[in-house]
Design a protein around this ligand. Structure first.
Ligand code: COA
Length: 322
């Protein structure tokens, strides 16, 4: 028996050139390379150049994903772009990307902060499986450093810029064939003030800075992420032992280790890029996925688990057979 699934046809990513090291950050705020590495696992992150926008880096990641899929923009009839740092308040950055790629159909942005890519994947999957689009670009892209208060050592050491993209195609596949098997997304607004910006178009007429109660976020992250993972695994009828590659949101090495440990996923099955990317918010999962596809770890037929937690709180997970 066959069924319609969203199949990963290509993955791509792009990182801005400029590297910001822990050593350089130590000259800006009262911190140290040792503190940052011990508490987060981060050694460096990228920062978009002046004038380099979220749409610029999205287009580069999208073109790489299209190349990998053997497609052009003209083949795309849906773009879902997850970002917290759009070029402009409106129109959606996705429409800018759509125009530059020559894509058709519909294009819109999705806001779920660091969980944005998982939410976008779930959204595009529903459009494809319902037959409302044929080929979708799911993009996670951030110039999140634009929201950073560079005097706040509790946040400025954590974040970085980048973009990742996945092409999804609606295909008829066998039950044991490729495609998105399950997605699960959740939000709980009672935690919204633990991770937010202190500005926005309607509230203050400004963009605001990222504000976070890091230790509070940390306290909730592991349990919520584990809940999402356990749900997708159970609903897909697999076990943690079946997972070939775990590609988590890259927020903090200690969170990744705790989640993997709680679920019994061995460290050698975990794709980690947090050391060199930092937390790139909605871009982190597709960026990490691209690294593991390019270096040959993720191969056709593998079962890949992705997850994320972010402001809102929002959180979720997805299981994909590539
Ligand atoms: N360098 C040196 N000291 C720092 C620092 C830095 N960059 N940032 C904070 N500190 C200090 C604090 O001021 C505090 O000092 P005090 O005890 O004198 O008040 C001390 O370190 C402990 O702060 P705390 O916030 O409790 O540290 P922590 O162990 O929780 O580590 C984070 C801080 C941000 C690394 C950690 O909480 C974290 O990663 N949280 C999750 C964040 C996350 O994943 N967010 C994104 C979700 S999408």
């Amino acid at each position: 028996m066959t069924e319609t699934r969203s199949v990963v046809a290509g993955v791509g990513s792009f990182l801005p050139e400029r590297i910001l090291t822990n050593a350089e950050l130590s000259t800006m705020v009262d911190t140290s390379d040792e503190w940052i590495r011990e508490r987060t696992g981060i050694t460096e992150r990228r920062v978009a150049a002046e004038g380099e926008t979220t749409s610029d880096i999205s287009v580069k990641a999208a073109k790489a994903a299209l190349d990998a899929a053997g497609m052009t923009g003209a083949d795309i009839d849906l773009i879902v772009l997850a970002t917290t740092t759009p070029d402009y308040t409106f129109p959606a950055t996705a429409t800018q990307v759509q125009a530059q790629l020559g894509a058709g159909g519909a294009a819109f942005d999705l806001q779920a902060v660091c969980s944005g890519f998982v939410f976008a994947l779930a959204t595009a999957d529903n459009f494809l499986v319902r037959g409302q689009a044929q080929n979708a670009l799911v993009i996670g892209a951030e110039t999140i450093t634009r929201l950073i208060d560079w005097e706040d050592r509790g946040t400025c050491v954590l974040f970085g810029d980048g973009a990742g993209a996945v092409v999804l195609s609606a295909r008829e596949v066998e039950e044991d064939g490729p495609g998105i098997l399950r997605t699960y997304i959740r939000s709980d607004g009672q935690f919204r003030t633990l991770l937010q910006t202190d500005g926005g178009p309607s509230a203050t007429g400004t963009v605001g800075h990222l504000r976070m109660q890091g230790n509070q976020v940390f306290r909730h992250a592991v349990n919520k992420i584990a809940e999402a993972i356990e749900t997708v695994i159970e609903r897909a009828g697999v076990t943690a032992a079946d997972i070939d590659w775990f590609v988590p949101h890259q927020a903090n090495q200690r969170i990744l280790d705790s989640v993997a440990n709680k679920l019994g996923i061995p460290p050698e099955r975990v794709v980690t890029t947090v050391a060199t990317h930092g937390n790139t918010s909605a871009a982190s999962v597709p960026l990490a996925m691209d690294v593991a596809v390019k270096d040959g770890r993720i191969k056709p037929g593998d079962l890949v688990l992705v997850e994320a937690l972010g402001g809102g709180f929002t959180w979720g997970a997805a299981l994909i057979r590539v």
